[in-house]
Each structure stands twice: as structure tokens, then as C-alpha cells.
Design a protein. Structure first.
Length: 402
């Protein structure tokens, strides 16, 4: 039985409709606007509000937003959301990474430091790149706490941190009224910045690069791809800055990297050179992935499909699933018998089941025999909150095609 709590100080009280409290009773950290019966007070976007059920029982407290997700819950207990709350939560997140062996030392010095709902801090992403932390705020409430977050990261990381960069200009809700500008909140660093992942070296540019600069979430999947690349002719589509290409090139006969961005293709070539010198077994192409597959003159026996999110909202989910189907049809049609395909979706709104159905439809369309060797996800520094299945955004399959 939850304790009945009173609103403390000037806290805004939000009461849910009857029956709309079940997800919060199961600790899901989002309150949707349609579940709200009454708001007592006039909260600004980003204010801390308290949420109650229709019988006046306290459910949680979190950041308010006028959008579809009206409240992102920070605590399901009647605790003050203060600097001590943020300090404890951030320290727990960093300690968790240290227990995973991710503390900035060793042969991997880039990893996710804070993963939103997975670490109890919805709206906050923090990635660590060899002494530099890159932040992305996805809610106004978290953004309003950026100075506090900066100071607490400096306190928690000490000498392991030389700079903190905020890259939130394109991540905050466009209706928030905020006008964020990307820039350093603490220290500075030249880019590109050299980092290491499992002993491989990469250039990272958080200023002009996608996301925070690199797709850290594919670290374990890159290692698996390397284990399948021995003696194979590998095609890495949507290669970005060549993460999968570098891993595969260690044992592959040859690797072709394909990306629509000329800048990304150039960086992929430099990342290969960082690890293998001027290596004739690798070539980077600037091309649309579908066009490259349609015009490919070479045959491959390993293809990696890691496209950007085809759907960011449910209203385009159908089109996204068709896009995954089309892409996988082309790959299955083009791969040599006995070939292996690594295929991924990073769309949060695409469920694991829906993605698998799209790949199934693609395989059935080709008529080839296809077997699933592995089902892949994100690494443990991108933890999935068991009460928030949406935080499991990365889905992957390893396919064997006869």
C-alpha cells in the first residue's frame, strides 16, 4: 500500500484518472497527458511535480512537460528531488560502470556514463570519451539542471575528466521555448579526439558528428562481427565512421564501407589507417545504401546493415517496417550462399517482435533459406530499465543465408 502524501511546499499536484495509475504502480517512469484528470497549480515546463492516483495516494515525482509525455518520473518515493538526489543517482551510475570494468582505463576508454531511464535519470544521456563527457539533454527539466549535473560529474570523476561538452541544440523538445547552444560547460578539448575501444583506435568528433560522436552502443556487436569476418568479403552499409569496418578488417579478406556522407566515409578511411595503416583490403564509398546494393558489381559473403532510425514516432512505424523489409530483401538477395548478415534497428518505436517480422517477411520474399544465429541488443553500459521496455531500443539479428 502506497503512503498517502501531501504536497510539500509549492509542489504542483497532478491527479490521474481512475485506472490510469497502473503503469506507475508497475514503476513505468512516464505519465502520458491523456492519463491526467486534474492539475492543481500552473507548472512551467521542467518543474518538479508530484503525481497522485484518483484516491490521493502518492505515486511519484518528476519533471513536467506539456507534451505527450507529461511527466518523467525521477522518484517513486516521497523524497525531495534535490542536489543530494542527483548526486546519489549519478554516483550510482558511474559506480555501476566501474564494476563493469568501464572506468576510463584499460583498452576501452569510451562508454555510456548515464543512460536516461536505464539509470533513473530520464532525459539525460552522458557519454565518456577518454576524459571528455558529452551530454545530451532530452527534457527541459534535465536541461535546467545542467549546471548541477556538470558540477556533480566533475566531483564524481575527479582527475578522470578534462572537459564536459553539451550537445543539446537538437535534442530538446522544439516547443520548450529553450534556445540551447552546443558548447563546453567545463574545460575544452581539440577535435577530433582519439579514443580506444577494445584496443582499436578511433577519431571522435562530438562537434560535427552524429549523436554524441560515435555509436558506442554497438561495441559488443562489433566484437561479434569480428569473430565472423575471417576470410570473408565484408560489406558495411551505413558505415558512418567505420566502427564495424575496423573490427572486421582484422581478419576479413576485404572490407567495403558505404555511407551517404562523404565526411563520414573520409573519417572511416582515417580510422582504418589508424589501426592498419594504408591497407588495400579496405575501400570507402560515398553512396546511398539502396543504390549501392542495386549496382554492386562485387559479391559479398558478409553484410552489415546498421541504418539510422527509420522511425522516431509511431505515426511512421508502418513506413519504417517496410523500409527494414526492403533493405533486408536487397541484402539477402545479394549475399553469397553461406553468407552472414548482421542486421539492426535502433528505432525505439520498433519493437523486437516487429523488427523480426520485417526481416522474416524479407527472407520469405527472397525464397532463400535463412537461419537466425544470434539475437542482439545493446551493451550493459546502456542498461534496460526492466519497468521501461522502451529503453531497449537497439535490436539486431545475425542471419545465415544458404
Amino acid at each position: 500500500m502506497k503512503k498517502v502524501a501531501s504536497v510539500r511546499g509549492n509542489s504542483v499536484k497532478i491527479v490521474l484518472k481512475s485506472g490510469k495509475d497502473q503503469s506507475l504502480m508497475r514503476y513505468h517512469p512516464w505519465v502520458f497527458s491523456g492519463a491526467i484528470k486534474k492539475i492543481y497549480g500552473d507548472p512551467a515546463e521542467g518543474d518538479i511535480v508530484e503525481v497522485y492516483d484518483n484516491k490521493e495516494s502518492f505515486l511519484g515525482a518528476g519533471h513536467f512537460s506539456p507534451g505527450s509525455i507529461a511527466v518523467r518520473i525521477l522518484s517513486f518515493k516521497t523524497a525531495d528531488i534535490s542536489s543530494d538526489f542527483f548526486r546519489d543517482t549519478i554516483h550510482r551510475a558511474i559506480g555501476f560502470r566501474s564494476r563493469l570494468g568501464l572506468d576510463g582505463s584499460g583498452n576501452t576508454n569510451m562508454f555510456r556514463l548515464i543512460h536516461g531511464e536505464g539509470d533513473g535519470l530520464p532525459g539525460l544521456i552522458a557519454d565518456y570519451y577518454n576524459g571528455v563527457v558529452v551530454l545530451q539533454f532530452h527534457s527541459t527539466g534535465m536541461y535546467r539542471s545542467k549546471d548541477l549535473v556538470t558540477e556533480l560529474l566533475k566531483e564524481a570523476l575527479g582527475s578522470r575528466i578534462t572537459a564536459i561538452y553539451d550537445k543539446s541544440a537538437n535534442t530538446l523538445p522544439y516547443k520548450s521555448g529553450m534556445e540551447p547552444h552546443n558548447g563546453y560547460l567545463y574545460g575544452s578539448s581539440e577535435v577530433p579526439h582519439l579514443v580506444s575501444e577494445n584496443g582499436y583506435s578511433f577519431e571522435i568528433d562530438w562537434v560535427t558528428g552524429q549523436k554524441t560522436g560515435f555509436f558506442i552502443d554497438q561495441r559488443d556487436n562489433r566484437s561479434m562481427a569480428a569473430s565472423y569476418s575471417r576470410g570473408r568479403r565484408v560489406l558495411n552499409l551505413f558505415s558512418y565512421t567505420g566502427g564495424f569496418s575496423v573490427y572486421a578488417l582484422g581478419q576479413a579478406e576485404r572490407v567495403h564501407s558505404v555511407d551517404s556522407s562523404a565526411a563520414a566515409s573520409a573519417t572511416a578511411a582515417r580510422n582504418v589507417a589508424l589501426n592498419f595503416g594504408d591497407n588495400e583490403r579496405h575501400e570507402a564509398f560515398t553512396s546511398d545504401a539502396f543504390e549501392f546494393l542495386a549496382q554492386a558489381k562485387e559479391r559479398y559473403d558478409m553484410i552489415i546493415l546498421d541504418p539510422p532510425a527509420f522511425a522516431k514516432h509511431n505515426n511512421v512505424l508502418g513506413n519504417a517496417l517496410q523500409g527494414y523489409k526492403r533493405l533486408n530483401i536487397k541484402a539477402i538477395e545479394n549475399i553469397e550462399p553461406g553468407g552472414v548478415i548482421f542486421t539492426f534497428s535502433c528505432s525505439q518505436v520498433v519493437s523486437r517482435d516487429n523488427f523480426r517480422k520485417s526481416v522474416f517477411a524479407a527472407a520469405a520474399n527472397t525464397g532463400r533459406r535463412v537461419r537466425i544465429l544470434h539475437q542482439l541488443s545493446q551493451p550493459p553500459d546502456h542498461p534496460v530499465n526492466i519497468y521501461h521496455p522502451e529503453s531497449e531500443y537497439l535490436k539486431g539479428l545475425v542471419l545465415h543465408v544458404d
